[in-house]
Design a binder for this molecule. Structure first.
Ligand SMILES: Cc1cc2nc3c(=O)[nH]c(=O)nc-3n(C[C@H](O)[C@H](O)[C@H](O)COP(=O)(O)OP(=O)(O)OC[C@H]3O[C@@H](n4cnc5c(N)ncnc54)[C@H](O)[C@@H]3O)c2cc1C
Length: 293
C-alpha cells in the first residue's frame, strides 16, 4: 500500500454534526508500511496535522481550514485475543469502529464494554477522548497503547505510564501529531446473552434520554465538578434554543443538534449563549467537551 492523499477533504462529510468546510489534504494510512511515508509527508508540509477518527466529537469551522487530516484507514489488522490468568486481552486497531468492537465482544461473550453502548466513533477516538458512560471509561480497560510519531516510530506504552482522565488521554513525551495505532484492552469472560442484556439495557436508557439518531457530536460541554452540564443548561432555559438550523436538543440540553442546514457559526453562537446563560445563572464556567477545529 502507499499513503493515500485526498485533496480538499470536506469536514462536513467526515463529522457526525455534518458541519465544517474543507481542509487542505487528508492522508490516509492503510497499513504499517505507510507510516514512513506519513513521516516524510509531515516533514515536507507546513500544514498543521490533525488526526481524525470517525468525527463524532468534532465541531469544524466553516470555510477553509489549513489542516492536513490524518486518518487510519480500515485495513490495520484484525482483533486478536490472548488469555492471561483471569482476563482476555483483546488487541484492536485504532480504526475499528467502537460499536463494531462492542458487537464483537457481545458475540464472543466478553464483558467490560457494556456501559459504552451507543457511543459512536473509532477505538482510536475512544482512547484519545477516554470515552465513557454509565460508569465505564475506555481507559479503565486499556492495558497498553501502541503509538506512532515521526521521531519515535511505533512504540507500545503501558497503561500505567499513560494518563487517562475525564475525556483526557496523554502519554509520556507525547509530541503533537502522535497517532494512536492500536490498543490492547482486558475483558472478562461472560456469556453472549448476559452481555447482550446489559448492552440492550444501556441503549434503552440512552434512547429514552438522548437524541441518539440526531446529527450531533454527543455532549457539547463537560460536566463541571460532579454537576450535570445538561441539567444546568436545562435550568438556564437552553433546552430547544435554536439559532438557524442548530439547536440545543429538546430531549437533552447538552446535545447540540444540526436540524438540517446548520452552520458551524450558528453552533459556535449557541455554545457561547449556553455558556453565558449557565455562568449568569449559576456562576459555573462550562468547558467544551467537543473538539473545535
Ligand atoms: C450520539 C453520540 C453520542 C455520544 N455519546 C458519548 C458518550 O456517552 N460518552 C463519550 O465519552 N462520548 C460520546 N460521544 C462523543 C464521541 O463519540 C466520542 O468522543 C468518541 O470516542 C470520539 O471518537 P472518534 O473516532 O469519532 O474521534 P474524533 O471525533 O474523530 O476525534 C476526537 C479526538 O480524538 C483524536 N483521535 C481520534 N482518533 C485518533 C487516533 N487514532 N490517534 C490519535 N488521536 C485520535 C482526534 O484528534 C480528536 O482530538 C458521543 C457522540 C455522539 C455523536
Amino acid at each position: 500500500m502507499t499513503l493515500e492523499l485526498i485533496p480538499n477533504p470536506s469536514l462536513a462529510q467526515r463529522t457526525t454534526l455534518r458541519l465544517g468546510g474543507t481542509a487542505d489534504v487528508e492522508a490516509v494510512v492503510h497499513d504499517e508500511r505507510d507510516l514512513d511515508e506519513l513521516g516524510c509527508f509531515l516533514a515536507t508540509h507546513t500544514l498543521r496535522p490533525f488526526v481524525l477518527g470517525k468525527g463524532s466529537n468534532l465541531l469544524a469551522s466553516d470555510g477553509r481550514l489549513d489542516l492536513a487530516l490524518i486518518r487510519v484507514g480500515a485495513g490495520s489488522g484484525p482483533l486478536r485475543v490472548e488469555r492471561t490468568d483471569d482476563t482476555l486481552i483483546v488487541r484492536c486497531p485504532a480504526s475499528l469502529a467502537l460499536p463494531g468492537l462492542l458487537g464483537w465482544a457481545k458475540k464472543a461473550g466478553l464483558a467490560g464494554l457494556e456501559g459504552l453502548t451507543g457511543i459512536p466513533g473509532s477505538v482510536g477516538g475512544a482512547v484519545a477522548m477516554n470515552a465513557g458512560s454509565y460508569g465505564v471509561e475506555f481507559g479503565d480497560l486499556v492495558t497498553r497503547v501502541r503509538l506512532w510519531s515521526p521521531a519515535g516510530g511505533l512504540v507500545w506504552v503501558a497503561a500505567n505510564e499513560c494518563v487517562f482522565g475525564y475525556r483526557h488521554f496523554s502519554a509520556p513525551a507525547r509530541p503533537a501529531g502522535r497517532l494512536i495505532w492500536e490498543v490492547e484492552i482486558g475483558l472478562s469472560e461472560s456469556t453472549p446473552r448476559s452481555v447482550h442484556r446489559q448492552m440492550q439495557s444501556v441503549y434503552e436508557k440512552k434512547r429514552a434520554t438522548q437524541p441518539v439518531t440526531a446529527r450531533s457530536a454527543g455532549c457539547v460541554f463537560k460536566n463541571p465538578g460532579g454537576e450535570s452540564a445538561g441539567r444546568l443548561l436545562d435550568k438556564a432555559g437552553m433546552k430547544g434554543v435554536r439559532v438557524g438550523d442548530m439547536a440545543f436538543s429538546e430531549m437533552h440540553a447538552n446535545f447540540l443538534v444540526n436540524l438540517g442546514q446548520g452552520t458551524s457559526a450558528q453552533a459556535m453562537e449557541l455554545i457561547e449563549t449556553g455558556r453565558e446563560a449557565v455562568r449568569d445563572a449559576f456562576g459555573v464556567a462550562l468547558e467544551t467537551e467537543v473538539i473545535t477545529l
